[in-house]
Design a protein around this ligand. Structure first.
Ligand code: F6R
Length: 606
């Protein structure tokens, strides 16, 4: 997730406006930034790694000349944060500059093709193929607009881009597919931006581009076309009434709710996995003597789910160990063939770093699943796979959990296929279902949010709650309970449902909320017994299940119906109502879910 901005004006220099707009997009990424402008037929670029203010102090963005320019604030996906990898990227001639948010899936292929044609690349990014492709199409005397259109027809993946050229310095070309982009219509000024906050001080009149649309912006005009057919599209202008603060949260009252709603996009981006790195992970896992997962908090719950995934699907045993406990449980690596998979959103959690270092020093191969590119864990690990959730600002992890699960289920499915534990049909089914997951998660949010909000009004008055699941749903239950504890301050206990009768059931009295995670998998018949045990003691039964599961539905006071998915994928849609439940309960109790007491986003102490 990056932020892009483009401004063209008749009212003088735009560099300061570009910088200030980028600041308002910094929540979308902050590892590097850059601005390109055109003046006197020359493109000027200033860019570097670091936050916008830091780079501005060193380079002074405001000194860039010209009344047209583009800018970018980066959240790295391809290549470490560095000056070379920062946007804007230029073609060989230095006459075309491009900023991009998204992922170009076929960039390696295109890079090879373009290199053979004599193009020189200066960065490791996927984006850099775009200015070179445009340069290539311009050779056949096409207009800038047509060259951009042709270039975009060649790229696979997602993009929101803004392009300027010193050959046609009177326009910005912008386009989108799957990454957000809107146009702002000002007074003799035109804007394109990833999000509304960027342009709110200048205009409240916007046009939202749809997928596969591109636009040519001049200070006083906008022309929109379909990228595939070139046909002109007429679109309505919308008036935005949000305050700047509301706009930063995308109109949501809190970042946490915004991030819950972002999950379809985050999962879709994560599915665009680096296939080579995925294959390395799978090979290391398949040849390992011993497989350890280590992580903390929510990431540990993803690790626990992964342990079930590997066992059920690939027939592989593993250990999921809480990072701070690893040292005391690790027996060393006598065979020299162990693998440790460290999972962390931030890549900076001290406990996870220490565990990984201990393993590495003992000769274990360290694989990392991380959201923040360039973080400490990525530097320590032998190989890295990235979740592509984008920056998570709410302290409680939401979209980073479902994207971790997405990657872990891809690893388990590929390992199971390669060691022959599942046939091709099941592998195809898993991949198809994963590709449908963004839509399914969106449907869950749309269908269930109001019902969960009503339920939260009741839960807000409870002092305790049980979250119970069996098998892989134990991980979902633990994560649901953690969310409730950390932001609504209700004592919520996640437990394996089968184990609850060995002690915890003593707490149950009439009205005690028991939330059952009960998808229709191999544990379903056993969990019916656990539901009736709790019901017999007067518990209030809330079930998350699927529409075919009559036995639990009929015993429930409230049933939240979720889509039927492959059993190893159930934690992805099933956690979403529990995230929403914690969120609305916190709000109902008058707490700020974005700033839970005593907690920090990244825990860098042991
Ligand atoms: C819970 C939460 C924390 C983190 C934990 C690990 O909502 O956010 O429990 O999951 O501190 O953080 P990372 O994943 O950054 O290692």
């Amino acid at each position: 997730m990056c932020g892009i901005i483009g401004i063209i004006s008749t009212n003088g220099n735009v560099s300061r406006m570009l910088r200030e707009s980028l600041k308002r997009l910094e929540y979308r990424g902050y590892d590097s930034a850059g601005i390109a402008t055109i003046a006197n037929g020359i493109i000027f670029v200033k860019k570097d790694k670091g936050k916008i203010d830091e780079i501005h102090r060193m380079l002074n963005f405001d000194s860039l000349p010209g009344n047209i320019g583009i800018g970018h604030t980066r959240w790295a996906t391809h290549g470490q944060p560095s000056r070379e990898n920062a946007h804007p990227h230029l073609d060989c001639s230095g006459m075309i500059a491009v900023v991009h948010n998204g992922i170009i899936e076929n960039y390696l292929e295109l890079r090879e093709e373009l290199s053979k044609l004599g193009h020189t690349f200066r960065s490791e990014t996927d984006t850099e193929v775009i200015p070179h492709l445009i340069e290539e199409f311009l050779k056949s005397n096409k207009s800038l607009e047509e060259a951009v259109r042709q270039a975009l027809l060649k790229v696979k993946g997602s993009f929101a881009i803004a392009v300027i050229s010193s050959k046609e310095p009177d326009k910005i070309i912008c386009a989108r597919k799957e990454s957000p982009l809107l146009i702002g219509i000002g007074n003799s000024q035109m804007f394109c931006a990833s999000d509304i906050p960027a342009i709110l001080p200048y205009t409240r009149n916007i046009i939202v581009l749809d997928d596969m649309e591109m636009a040519v912006l001049t200070p006083n005009s906008v022309t929109i076309r379909r990228i595939d057919t070139g046909e002109i599209v007429n679109k309505d202008i919308i008036q935005v009434s949000w305050s700047p603060e509301e706009a930063e949260k995308g109109g949501f009252p809190h970042f946490m709710l915004k991030e819950i709603h972002e999950q379809p996009r985050a999962i879709r981006d994560t599915l665009r996995v680096d296939e080579k790195a995925l294959e390395i992970f799978v090979q290391k896992i398949l040849t390992a003597d011993k497989i350890y997962f280590v992580a903390a908090g929510t990431s540990y719950h993803a690790a626990l789910a992964a342990k079930y995934m590997l066992a059920k699907l690939a027939g592989l045993g593993s250990d999921a160990i809480i990072a701070s406990e690893f040292e005391e449980q690790f027996p060393g690596d006598s065979s020299g063939d162990s693998v440790l998979i460290a999972i962390s959103q931030s890549g900076e959690t001290a406990d996870t770093l220490v565990a990984s270092r201990i393993a590495k020093n003992a000769g274990v191969c360290v694989l990392a699943i991380v959201n923040v590119v360039g973080s400490s864990l990525t530097r320590l690990a032998d190989h890295v796979l990235y979740t592509r959730a984008g920056p998570e600002i709410g302290v409680a992890a939401t979209k980073t959990f479902t994207t971790q699960l997405t990657l872990l289920s891809m690893i388990a499915a590929k390992a199971a296929r390669e060691n022959g534990m599942i046939d091709l049909d099941e592998y195809i089914r898993l991949n198809t279902e994963l590709n449908e997951m963004p839509r399914k998660v969106r449907d869950v949010i749309e269908r269930i949010e109001i019902k969960v909000k009503q339920l939260s009004k009741h839960l807000a008055n409870c002092r305790n709650a049980f979250y119970l699941g069996r098998g892989i749903s134990t991980a979902t239950a633990l994560e649901g309970a953690l969310k409730m504890k950390e932001i609504a301050y209700i004592h919520a206990e996640g437990y394996p449902a089968g184990e609850s009768k060995h002690g915890p059931i003593a707490l149950v009295e009439p009205g005690f909320p028991c939330i059952f995670v009960a998808p229709p998998d191999s544990t379903y018949h056993s969990i019916i017994g656990n539901v009736t045990e709790m019901k017999a003691r007067g518990a209030e039964i809330i079930v998350l299940t699927s529409k075919s599961c009559d036995d639990v539905i009929k015993n429930a006071n409230t049933a939240l119906i979720l889509p039927e998915v492959h059993p190893i994928l159930s934690p992805i849609p099933y956690i979403v109502p529990l995230q929403l439940l914690a969120y609305y309960t916190a709000v109902e109790r008058g707490y700020d879910p974005d700033r839970p007491r005593n907690l920090a986003k990244s825990v860098t102490v042991q």
